[in-house]
Design a binder for this molecule. Structure first.
Ligand SMILES: Cc1cc2nc3c(=O)[nH]c(=O)nc-3n(C[C@H](O)[C@H](O)[C@H](O)COP(=O)(O)O)c2cc1C
Length: 485
């Protein structure tokens, strides 16, 4: 049976996400990102095109490592100005019924309680269509925005993230029973207190009493996405993530990484198919091959090498400051400071890569790994070849023009993929988790670590019900609470 391929639109609540320089294109609408209509139009377009979801990236600092400050990032609109990704979701949800919304939020700088509530709110308002891209944040400037002198060390960020997730699972999965809200007007009981509990989490990084303030939403835990590529990042993904962005130089490397991910999931007691693997995709499609090439040439002409360099240098080394023949590993060995992590795009270069080679790769969008430029047939062939060769489940579509890239894809590529049985003809499911894992799978799989807290199990000795059932339909208060009478 041919399997359908998932497509998300790769977005960010800003002008320049990853296609730097293209905001100047006369048909580009990126400058309208402050306008709610921009997001409403995007959501309607994607739902008409039967997309899986809109995937919202985010950073909480600026790229000020290039040429000694943020000037280039500001001039080139490299992820600044940018707005909060969570706040645009309700407006998009209001004009759609099926489209999913995956938004990025960092585990490093804000404690988990408030995010748990925001995520539950979004899952309620979207009727179970919310997903969370878990990041630990790589920008040194982000650390300084939240009161720290410098970045938290890389693997330590993942240790914090592990506990952060543990707190969230306790709140989302364990704090409230499904039947806690009874809305009994006659007995004047909105929520049965014997079905809600304090989590009383105490760990090295967080202390959270609970109870969770939101009643259980459809999915409870939002669909968890992650993109770790380091050893710690992959181990984290294998424990928690349900959708993972894999990387690699070419299709063969992707295949290996997808296999590795599934193997690690199984080693963590999860199913090999409990993690969906995604890749970023460059798709430039035209009615003729020549037309697609013309578009790609125009995007190349308008691309800003300075913008890409500011992005790449934001948290790591400033490549423009070195000779092109210098080897990156030598520079890093010479200059690396303890506690300072390097930006992923710098670290991903294979051993022996020179500054010149890295510059060439960073400043070109058409260097892959997944690039399809051509007619709908050519693009669909390439997508099919990759999915067969790598075992990938889906793609995040990179935008060059908004809304042009998504419009072209929907008009030309979607019908071709549908003809081949690789793209849905209608939405069948309502929640985002069901979209990934099939009807009936609205909640986490039982083998997922978050599921262990269901019905208040495994919360530890500190957890307590708000009230013990008294057996006569009334309740005695188990833990002293302030009276507002
Ligand atoms: C497709 C994709 C999207 C990402 N989106 C974000 C993002 O929005 N914000 C962010 O801080 N990091 C983002 N990252 C970076 C990852 O969270 C992660 O830090 C990176 O892949 C390096 O892996 P590591 O954390 O294991 O070192 C993204 C990475 C990929 C591949």
């Amino acid at each position: 049976m041919t399997r359908q391929i998932a497509f998300n639109l790769f977005e960010m609540n800003c002008v320049g996400h990853i296609s730097h320089g293209l905001w100047v294109h006369p048909e580009n609408n990126r400058h309208r990102f402050n306008d709610l209509d921009f997001w409403v139009e995007t959501a309607k377009l994607l739902e008409a095109g039967l997309f899986d979801s809109v995937f919202l990236a985010d950073v909480i600092g600026t790229y000020d490592g290039y040429r000694g400050g943020p000037d280039t990032a500001l001039r080139e609109a490299v992820q600044i100005p940018s707005n909060d990704p969570l706040l645009i979701i309700p407006a998009m949800a209001a004009v759609t019924k099926h489209l999913g919304f995956a938004a990025t939020f960092s585990t490093t700088y804000e404690p988990p309680f408030a995010f748990a509530r925001r995520a539950s709110t979004l899952d309620h308002l979207t009727k179970g269509r919310f997903g969370w891209n878990i990041v630990t944040s790589y920008l040194p400037n982000a650390a300084r925005n939240f009161g720290l002198p410098d970045e938290v060390e890389h693997d330590q960020r993942y240790a914090i993230a592990d506990e952060y997730l543990d707190v969230l699972y306790k709140l989302w999965e364990g704090s409230w029973d499904d039947d806690a809200v009874i809305e009994d007007r006659e007995r004047r009981i909105y929520t049965d207190p014997s079905k809600v509990r304090y989590i009383n989490h105490r760990g090295p990084h967080f202390s959270v009493a609970g109870p969770h303030l939101s009643a259980p939403s459809l999915q409870r835990t939002p669909v968890l996405f992650q993109a770790g590529s380091s050893t710690a990042g992959k181990a984290f993904a294998a424990r928690h993530a349900e959708g993972v962005f894999v990387g690699g130089r070419d299709a063969a490397a992707y295949r290996e990484n997808v296999q590795d991910l599934r193997r690690l999931a199984v080693a963590n007691g999860r199913g090999a198919d409990h993690i969906k693997a995604f890749a970023s995709a460059v798709v430039i499609v035209g009615r003729t091959h020549k037309e697609a090439q013309r578009k790609a040439d125009e995007y190349r002409r308008l691309s800003s090498a300075e913008g890409y360099l500011a992005h790449a240098g934001g948290g790591g080394i400033d490549l423009a400051a070195y000779r092109p023949d210098e080897v990156i590993d030598d520079i890093l060995a010479r200059e690396d400071r303890p506690g300072r992590d390097r930006q992923p795009s710098t670290r991903r270069h294979p051993a022996g890569t020179t500054v010149g080679e890295a510059l060439e790769r960073i400043t070109r969008f058409d260097r892959g790994p997944f690039v399809a430029i051509g007619t709908a047939t050519e693009v669909a062939d390439e997508i099919e070849r990759w999915v067969e060769g790598t075992d990938l489940d889906g793609f995040n579509l990179r935008q060059f023009l908004t809304p042009g890239t998504a419009e072209d894809f929907i008009e030309l590529v979607v019908p071709e993929l549908q003809k081949r049985g690789l793209y849905r003809r209608s939405y069948e499911e309502s929640t985002l988790r069901e979209r990934l894992f099939g009807p009936g799978n609205t909640r986490l799989f039982d083998q997922h670590p978050g599921a262990r807290y269901r019905n208040g199990a495994n919360l530890g000795s500190g957890a307590a019900l708000l009230s013990e059932p008294a057996g006569d339909g009334t309740h005695s208060t188990a833990t002293a609470a302030p009276s507002y009478a």
